[in-house]
Design a protein around this ligand. Structure first.
Ligand SMILES: [Zn+2]
Length: 231
């Protein structure tokens, strides 16, 4: 991110959807057992967040608040510092941080869902599950950067959590040099028949190639494993 980036640009920056950073740390030499436990953990997170007891995690609901606690606990167990950023009406962003370098990598995913009757598994329990695994893997990779991982609340009603964070950042945004937001993963999208990765935002040739590499890599490493929980 450039120092000169204005607020609108910062907002659109956080609206970038889906995919790239996994390339930084994913290694095709990872033993099969590690890959399997990663898949198991992803499944566990999605199953917990999409459970009927969470009632679709609508922003402001008890299910969303419980989900924030679950996500905070997971980040803390991984050794991250966690800050809960309340922004009214029982809504909160969960912001996890690891490292002290100026250079910062930010990744995010919204955890709120569409409410009762909607498990909101693909959109976006799956994105949160990836965020939690990302925390584990990026920490292990010992990157020369501070990791800031944000689980945003109240996305479904208008991107309110991420906009609040952009307006009230808890880390210096001018130090963020890469940001990725994960949304609607592990599912087909709209009327597309194929598994599809959509990359939005300020995409250059490097990002485009990284997206292709990512899809190729994950197709080989973690073949889609439908959860049969609905969207
Ligand atoms: Zn979403």
């Amino acid at each position: 991110m450039q120092h000169s980036m204005d607020k609108n640009k910062v907002h659109s920056f956080f609206r970038v959807s889906v995919a790239l950073l996994l390339l930084v740390f994913v290694d095709s030499t990872i033993p099969a057992t590690v890959q399997e436990s990663t898949a198991d953990r992803l499944h566990t997170h999605v199953a917990w967040l999409a459970d009927a007891a969470r009632q679709g995690r609508r922003a402001g609901s008890a299910g969303a608040a419980e989900s924030a606690t679950y996500i905070s606990t997971q980040f803390r167990q991984l050794g991250f510092e966690v800050e809960v950023q309340e922004f009214g009406a029982n809504r909160r962003n969960v912001i996890a941080r690891y490292g002290s370098a100026n250079k910062t990598i930010l990744a995010g995913a919204h955890y709120d869902g569409q409410g009762p009757g909607f498990p909101s598994a693909g959109d976006n329990a799956a994105g949160v599950a990836v965020l939690l695994e990302l925390a584990r893997n990026m920490k292990a990779a010992k990157l020369p950067a501070t990791l800031v991982l944000c689980a945003f609340d109240d996305e479904e009603q208008g991107l309110n959590g991420s906009v609040y964070f952009a307006d009230h950042p808890t880390v210096p945004l001018e130090n963020v040099y890469a940001a990725v937001v994960f949304d609607a993963l592990g599912r087909r999208f709209m009327d597309l028949n194929e598994w599809t990765t959509i990359v939005l935002g300020e995409v250059d040739d490097i990002a485009r190639q990284a997206a292709r590499d990512l899809v190729e890599h994950w197709t080989a490493v973690l073949p889609p494993r439908p959860l049969a929980m609905g969207a």
